[in-house]
Ligand binder design. Structure first.
Ligand code: NAD
Length: 504
């Protein structure tokens, strides 16, 4: 009998009032490994969660920020203690290999400790007044109730990037995780609630954090349009992001969007080829290519193209597919059948497109135990040109499109020639070229001699152009999204001083 999981609303674990549920299964062993059932929540559940969060906000905003930070410190400690088991279950739930799910949990731990320390900073600014005997201050205040909608590819890290800074700033939360990764989300909420109880004791406030499982179409839409939700933090596809921006923006909600990417790695003719090979293998096929920062395009200098491709194919051929909790596995399955079908659709588009050449993979992987899951062979296309669909559209799977460039300007023009701008990388030993690339690449993140993946929790994370709407997660920058600025003027002159009038 599958374990039955619940929503968490107003400090209680409860069923959805719909009494309907959905299944969570292991993508590497779909028919045999049912992880659990989760509530298919409805609009009433969202309402209950928002009412609880609104009531909790009145009290949570008054808990001193350093104490709110203490909660996050304990959250980090608990995640560290249970890191291995959380990672194991995450691999079971979404498929990426255990080393990567451990990294996902570690990113959450780093974010917890950063947020904990931010409770003692949350710096404001002071500025001199233009009038005598008057003081000007500005400081951060919480916004209110936030709606948090997350994808499945970083089931722990992405929710922590959002919830931890939002909580330490004094906001309350309604969290809807992806339907494909509800278990990791449930674990996270349990840990946060335990830490709240331990740190706050008799001051514990139910409703600070609420978890509502279910679909984007019902739960996500209800959150986005809810009049009592003040802001939405969303990570996911550009298509859904645009919809959220329209609905939530129409109500003047603050909206943070982290969306799709079509990231590229440039390799110049003077690059360290072995290093660039390591990077592209990791960037293109790590997480089965299902990272927003995955290397989807490889832009090779034409002088090294043939040699590089030759070596790349030999290296890819050694990658082992399998269940990510098994020893020695490099690549797990696609997260779902739908995702695998989408990858295959793009491979067929690539095959049909003008002159693209399929040089590796291009098919389902079904040998032995692989037939139990949604495995797809790592796939490489060469002779791809800039405006082909496989060079423009996000595939979100283990598919690499290789393009050729003649020099640095050409490489950067190709890299910049998509609607997206999340991550990017250049391999070169020429320092002038490296700095030019850093200056001219249109992306929120640029690596020099590193893969397109590997962001650190204390640095700004996010993209330009169609990848987002200008906000950043991670580091100090995210605190601007989760707070309002309050400007305060304190006049101790004893008279009415009219700014801009009495002093000029
Ligand atoms: P998705 O957009 O399908 O779903 C993301 C979340 O939105 C899920 O929780 C889903 O239930 C919800 N949702 C769906 N429809 C909704 C609606 N109408 N209203 C409100 N919520 C709705 O994305 P996904 O398949 O889960 O994730 C893959 C995508 O996420 C890729 O495009 C990837 O690039 C992107 N992503 C971006 C970043 C980043 O930081 N830029 C990070 C990770 C993933």
């Amino acid at each position: 009998m599958a374990k039955k999981y619940q929503n968490f609303i107003n400090g209680e674990w409860r069923d959805s009032s719909s009494h309907e549920s959905f299944e969570n299964r292991n993508p590497a062993d779909w028919d045999n490994d049912l992880i659990g059932t989760f509530p298919s929540s409805n609009v009433d559940d969202v309402d209950d969660a928002v009412i609880a969060a609104r009531a909790a906000f009145k009290k949570w905003r008054l808990i001193p920020a350093p104490r709110r930070g203490d909660v996050l410190k304990v959250v980090g400690d608990k995640m560290l203690k249970h890191k291995d088991e959380i990672a194991f279950e995450m691999t079971r739930e979404m498929g990426k290999v255990i080393a990567e799910t451990k990294g996902d949990v570690q990113e959450g731990i780093d974010t917890a400790y950063y947020a904990a320390s931010e409770g003692r900073r949350l710096f404001g600014f002071n500025a001199p007044s233009e009038m005598p005997n008057k003081m000007n201050l500005s400081f951060r205040v919480p916004i209110g109730v936030g709606g948090f909608i997350t994808p499945w590819n970083f089931p722990m890290a992405i929710p922590t990037w959002k919830l931890f800074p939002a909580l330490v700033c004094g906001n309350t939360c309604v969290f809807k995780p992806a339907e494909l990764t509800p278990k990791t989300a449930t674990t996270l909420v349990k840990i946060i609630d335990e830490a709240m109880k331990e740190v706050l004791g008799k001051d514990y406030i139910p409703g600070v954090l609420n978890l509502v499982h279910g679909s984007g179409a019902i739960v996500g839409e209800a959150m986005t349009s809810h009049p009592e939700i003040d802001f939405i933090s969303f990570t996911g596809s550009s298509e859904v992001g645009k919809r959220i921006n329209t609905v939530a923006g129409g109500d003047l909600k603050r909206v943070s969007l982290e969306l799709g990417g079509k990231n590229a790695q440039i390799v110049m003719d003077d690059a360290d080829m072995e290093l660039a090979l390591d990077a592209v293998l990791w960037g293109a096929f790590g997480t089965t290519g299902q990272r927003c920062t995955a290397t989807s395009r490889l832009i090779l200098h034409k002088k090294i193209h043939d040699k590089f491709i030759d070596k790349l194919i030999k290296r890819v051929d050694k990658l082992k597919l399998g269940y990510g909790n098994n020893e020695g596995v490099d690549i797990g399955p696609c997260v779902s059948e739908t995702q695998r079908e989408n990858v295959n659709k793009y491979v067929n588009i690539g095959i049909e497109e003008d002159k693209a050449t399929l040089v590796y993979g291009g098919d389902y992987a079904v040998k032995g135990d692989l037939s139990k899951g949604w495995f797809y062979k790592p796939t490489i296309f060469t002779n791809v040109t800039q405006y082909m669909r496989i060079a423009q559209e996000e595939i979100f799977g283990p598919v690499l499109s290789v393009l050729q460039c003649k020099d640095l300007d050409d490489a950067i023009a190709i890299l910049n020639g998509t609607q997206y701008g999340l991550s990017s990388s250049i391999f070169t030993k020429n320092v002038n070229n490296a700095f030019k690339a850093v200056r001219d690449i249109e992306a929120g993140i640029t690596y020099v001699n590193g893969a397109t993946i590997g962001a650190e929790a204390h640095m700004p994370f996010g993209g330009v152009k169609a990848t987002g709407n200008g906000h950043r997660e991670g580091g100090w920058t995210v605190y601007d999204f989760y707070t309002e600025w309050k400007a305060v003027y304190i006049d101790y002159s004893g008279k009415l001083q009219r700014a801009q009038i009495d002093n000029y």
